[in-house]
Ligand binder design. Structure first.
Ligand code: AMP
Length: 224
């Protein structure tokens, strides 16, 4: 299984990716986390992409492709979160996979209205230790005694409303062609993501053909 998770910023892609990788033992590849890790570590890539990230602009396709490629283990089961975001990225991914005799198996599109997204970023927090995303109200960071994630939990630089507006505009400009690309291949599944995360995970698992018996004892069991 090679999955891609599409959706606007703050749609809950990383929350879903985290649940799905736990349920199905997928390797979670988040391009946003890769970008932030390079910036934090001050690498050459980090210096080149810092400005784009701060301004809420997309990193150029060739750079992002070079950052993501080493993470696409051919034999592995992986889940791409936040990539591809442009048609060029989708085509580059296809051609890289073609060369390995592989293809994207499914594209999951998380759909959330813009006004809900604007509210969500106000409470969003990012763990500098794990790269996981939380929400102060809906999915609060764990308490220190739980020892799940030491944090610190910070507001992302791009959670500024002006930056977010730009990210959302870029998303609406680019996503129709990405969506069409996967629709034409008959592998696109759209999911209403304006709901509690557990319901969304359940729907995604369902759409992938997994039922309650296939997933671990931690699986969500909200249906029925
Ligand atoms: P995210 O955490 O997915 O919201 O991504 C944060 C930032 O990383 C974006 O605003 C872009 O600057 C950059 N980025 C992440 N993924 C991509 C991508 N697929 N293409 C271009 N830029 C990206």
């Amino acid at each position: 299984m090679k999955l891609v998770l599409l959706g606007p910023p703050a749609a809950g892609k990383s929350t879903q990716a985290r649940c799905l990788s736990k349920e199905l033992s997928y390797f979670h590849v988040s391009t946003g986390n890769i970008v932030r890790a390079h910036i934090q570590a001050g690498t050459d890539f980090g210096r080149r992409v810092e400005g784009y990230n701060r301004r809420g602009e997309l990193v150029p396709d060739d750079l992002i492709m070079r950052m993501v490629s080493p993470n696409l283990e051919p034999a592995g089961r992986w889940l791409l979160d936040g990539f591809p975001r442009t048609l060029d990225q989708s085509l580059s991914l296809d051609s890289k996979l073609d060369g390995l005799g592989l293809r994207v198996t499914r594209a999951i599109m998380l759909e959330v209205p813009d006004d809900v997204l604007r509210e969500r970023i106000k409470g969003r927090r990012y763990s500098e230790a794990t790269g996981w995303t939380y929400h102060l109200e809906h999915a609060p960071p764990p308490q220190p005694e739980q020892r799940l994630d030491p944090g610190p939990f910070v507001r992302r630089e791009d959670d500024d409303p002006g930056v977010f507006r730009k990210q959302l505009a870029a998303y609406h400009e680019e996503i129709p062609s990405v969506k069409k690309h996967y629709e034409e291949r008959g592998i696109l599944t759209a999911i209403n993501a304006d709901r509690h995360p557990d319901y969304i995970t359940a729907d995604i698992l369902d759409s992938l053909g997994f039922n309650d018996r296939d997933v671990t004892e931690n699986s969500v069991r909200l249906r029925g």
